[in-house]
Design a protein around this ligand. Sequence first.
Ligand SMILES: [Zn+2]
Length: 428
Amino acid sequence: MDTLDTKLSAEVAAREADLVALCADLVRIPTLNPPGQHYREICTYLAERLGATGWKVDMVRAEGAPADTVEYPRWNVIARREGSRPGECVHFNSHHDVVEVGRGWTVDPFGGEVIDGKLYGRGACDMKGGLAASVIAAEAFLAVCPDFAGAVEISATADEESGGYGGVAYLAERGWFAPERVQHVIIPEPLNKDRICLGHRGVWWAEIETHGRIAHGSMPFLGDSAVRHMGAVLAEMEETLFPLLATKHTEMPVVPEGAKQSTLNINSIHGGEADHPADYTGLPAPCVPDSCRIVIDRRFLIEEDLAEVKREVTALLEKVKAVRPKFTYDIRDLFEVQPSMAPDDAPIVRTTASAIEKVLARQPDYVVSPGTYDQKHIDRIGKLKNCIAYGPGILDLAHQPDEWVGVQDMVDSAKVMALVLRDLLVPQ
Ligand SMILES: [Zn+2]
């Protein structure tokens, strides 16, 4: 570290109490999604903090986005601080929503309590710790390097946990992540302070329905069972598709190890008579099921082509059809996302790696996420590949009871972020 890096580090360290207080305040605003509570409150909180020190702040409601209602409006906040001369913009994007609390907590999930260097609460790790770290990093940077080129942006966005359509996707579609406006993006998701997450695998969700013919259950030969047809589909998947997927390995550094290959999950299965309400006391009626549906969740690799991924499944269905005379099916696409991975030599990757080496005195690990996060929208809609996830917190703790983020981890990753700002915005 040279003198300026040392100064930046010390400035972040001196703000530790502020960082902890900020993170605790964010945790105390219960931004539960669903349904999407207190979004306006958390955006206003950040807008007031940053607006008071000269940031230009925009509050954007994702009107008309999925789940946006009068009762639960999807609010986002974007703050921008211009430098003294033209240059590039570094953007920190965090989602402000958190998932349901669930059972098993031993502390107040919205207390923001610190015990033995760990700040507890729903969203502490995923990802209010990262949001707080990015705010402190930017504030420390502005204090030490007031004369910088370009701009710094911080956003807190809605609905990442439910797809990001009321958050980053909405903003990207309206130019907030356009290449002429934003050149570097860090998403401070809890990937751990010494790891750089380059991107994620691809996703394809689809619903498969098999058809049959209803008849009396005592004379099933008069009908045609959609559930038995689906049974044949599942058997074929066990026999040929799962073994095939297990042979497809990726060069992407996906963690955990089991996700370094193509995977498929059957999310749900429904066939025949619908479930009864819990208070129904009668017996079911005897019918041959005329419909059976499954939802599949296929995660694919950067080496795979989505059209080919889909063809594998339709070929399997056609194979079943060839040996079952009455078999008919429909397949419906529900959702798809291409894999995304920043190149190793992208500026945001290089500068973050060098900052991690300086702050933590070790080489970073490079990882790829098994599932997607808001990088998908920045890549697909914003057309920006120079984007990574980097932030404090241990990913395994996300969505768990007694979720926490380490105070030292927040401080260290804030130092890394401040050094990245210096590297990109203060030409040497
Ligand atoms: Zn998250």
